[in-house]
Write a protein that binds this ligand. Structure first.
Ligand code: GLU
Ligand code: MG
Length: 445
C-alpha cells in the first residue's frame, strides 16, 4: 500500500474518489484524502446502506453500514479532476462481501466460469446523446444544426462536437482505455465511442469510468450527456451492445473449428450453446439489459426517420444479423438487446448465468436467421417459431420473476430489491397521464 500511495503522490494525486455502482447503474461514492488509502483498501469507505438504491439494508445496527472496499487494480488518476484518482469499490457489509452489490454479483458469476478454467471477455459499446434544455424545458439535441434525415456517420455534425469528443478521447486514453473509434450515430445528437474489449469485470469498470468522464466533460460544455435509451420517439435509441467471448488462457472457446464448418454462425458448439442459453432466457435478461420504462420504446421495433431503429425486437440469432437479438460473428457474438441504461455488472452477470445454463443443458440455439427481421410482421415471426422480446418493463419483470436461473445469479436480496424498485417505476409510469393521452382522448368521447 505504501508503494501505491507513493506512486499516486508522485502523480500529483491528493484525493481518492471511491466509486461503486448502485442498482440503477449510476456511479456513487465519496472523496477520501489519499492519507487514508489504507482504510479504503482494507476496510473500505463507509456509506449509510439504505441511502443506496437496491441495498435493502436496515437503518440501524451493524448491517446499516455499506463499505466500498477499494480494488487496487482499478486505481486511476482522473485527467478531468486533477489531483483525484478513482478507485472502484466492492460492497462489503458487516465484514463480508455484500451479496446485492452489483460488482459482487458479477464476481460471483465470473467465479462460476473460473471454476471451469474459463474467463469472459466483453466489449461494451456505449451509444449516447448530447442534449440541452430548450424553451419551456424541452430536451433537444445540443447541436441545433444536427438535422439530417439519415444522420449516421454525419461528418458535418461530428466536428461540431470535436471539443467534447476529443476531451473524452484523451481522458479515456490517459486512463488506459484503448479508444477504437468515435462516430455520429443514427439519431440527432447521438454518438458512439468504442474502446477495446477485455476482461468482463474490467470492461464494466471501464464503462463506469467512461460515464463519469462523459458526464463531467459534457456538463463543463453546457451539455447533458444522456444514456436514456430512447429520448426521441421518431429516432433510433441508444444501445449498449455487448460483444461476448469465452476464453481459456489465450484460447478463444467460441472459435469454430473444422467440425463446425457446416454451421453458419462461425461459433464453436460451446459458443452456440452459450447463445442458446442467452436466447432461452431472453425475456428475463431483458429486465436487466433494458431496465427502464423507456427501454421498451427502443425495443418496440418499427421505423424511424432514418429508415430503421437498428434495435432488435425478435429473440433470434444470425450471422452478422443486426436485426436479431444476437448477431453472431467468428469467435464471438454481439448481444444487441442491452440499452444504455443497463447496469453493466448486472447485465453481464445475468447473461453469464443464461449462457452457462445453455452449456449445462446442451441447448441448441435453433437455425441461424439470415433474414431482415425488421421486415417481418408478428405473424411471420410466430410462423418461424420465433418470439418477440418483452414489449414493456412490466412484461420483462414478470419474466424475471419466473426465471430461477437469472434470479439465482442476482441472489435473493438483489432480486427482491430489483423487482420491488422496478415495479414501483412501472406503476408510477402506468398511473401517469401523458400529453399523448390528453391529446388523443380529452375531447373525443
Ligand atoms: N442505436 C441502435 C440500438 O439502439 C444500434 C445501432 C448500431 O447497430 O450501431 O441498438
Ligand atoms: Mg452503434
Amino acid at each position: 500500500m505504501i508503494a501505491l500511495r507513493e506512486r499516486l503522490q508522485a502523480q500529483g494525486v491528493h484525493t481518492l474518489l471511491v466509486q461503486f455502482t448502485d442498482l440503477h447503474g449510476c456511479a456513487k461514492g465519496k472523496l477520501v484524502p489519499l492519507a487514508h488509502l489504507d482504510e479504503v483498501m482494507s476496510m473500505g469507505a463507509g456509506f449509510a446502506g439504505p441511502s443506496i438504491w437496491g441495498t435493502g439494508l436496515p437503518r440501524t445496527g451493524p448491517r446499516a453500514e455499506y463499505y466500498a472496499r477499494g480494488d487496487a487494480a482499478t486505481v486511476q488518476p482522473l485527467p478531468w479532476l486533477p489531483g483525484v484518482a478513482r478507485v472502484v469499490g466492492d460492497g462489503f457489509v458487516d465484514g463480508v462481501p455484500f451479496d446485492a452489490c452489483p460488482r459482487q454479483v458479477l464476481h460471483r458469476a465470473l467465479a462460476r466460469l473460473a471454476e471451469r478454467g474459463w474467463q469472459l471477455r466483453t466489449g461494451i459499446e456505449p451509444e449516447f446523446f448530447l442534449l440541452k434544455r430548450g424553451r419551456a424545458g424541452a430536451w433537444l439535441p445540443a447541436d441545433n444544426h444536427d438535422r439530417l434525415d439519415k444522420p449516421s456517420y454525419d461528418l458535418k455534425s461530428l466536428p461540431r462536437q470535436l471539443d467534447f469528443l476529443q476531451a473524452l478521447n484523451t481522458s479515456l486514453a490517459a486512463c488506459g482505455l484503448d479508444v477504437l473509434q468515435i462516430d455520429h450515430e443514427d439519431a440527432h445528437g447521438q454518438y458512439e465511442v468504442n474502446f477495446a474489449y477485455g476482461d468482463a469485470l474490467a470492461s464494466s469498470d471501464r464503462l463506469m469510468l467512461f460515464k463519469l468522464a462523459a458526464h463531467a466533460l459534457a456538463e463543463a460544455r453546457g451539455m447533458v450527456f444522456s444514456m436514456m435509451p430512447k429520448p426521441f420517439a421518431n429516432q433510433p435509441g441508444s444501445g449498449l451492445h455487448f460483444h461476448v467471448s469465452l476464453w481459456q488462457g489465450e484460447r478463444c472457446l467460441f472459435d469454430g473449428g473444422p467440425g463446425d464448418a457446416g454451421d453458419p454462425s462461425g461459433l464453436s458448439l460451446l459458443g452456440r450453446q452459450f447463445v442458446a442459453g442467452v436466447l432461452a432466457h431472453a425475456p428475463a435478461l431483458c429486465a436487466l439489459a433494458a431496465p427502464t420504462v423507456n427501454s421498451y420504446k427502443r425495443l418496440a421495433g418499427g421505423a424511424s426517420i432514418s429508415g430503421t431503429t437498428w434495435a432488435p425486437a425478435t429473440i433470434a440469432h444470425g450471422p452478422n444479423n443486426r436485426t436479431a437479438a444476437v448477431r453472431t460473428l467468428p469467435g464471438r457474438f454481439e448481444w444487441r438487446v442491452p440499452d444504455a441504461s443497463a447496469n453493466p455488472y448486472l447485465a453481464t452477470a445475468a447473461m453469464v448465468s443464461a449462457g452457462l445454463d445453455g452449456i449445462t443443458r446442451g441447448l441448441d440455439p435453433g437455425p441461424a436467421c439470415t433474414a431482415d427481421l425488421f421486415t417481418w410482421p408478428p405473424a411471420q415471426v410466430r410462423a418461424h417459431g420465433l418470439a418477440r422480446l418483452p414489449q414493456s418493463l412490466h412484461e420483462a419483470l414478470q419474466a424475471l420473476e419466473g426465471d430461477t436461473v437469472v434470479c439465482g445469479a442476482l441472489g435473493e436480496t438483489l432480486t427482491t430489491q430489483f423487482l420491488q424498485i422496478k415495479r414501483g417505476e412501472w406503476a408510477e409510469f402506468a398511473r401517469h397521464v401523458s400529453a399523448w393521452e390528453l391529446d388523443r382522448y380529452a375531447a373525443v368521447f
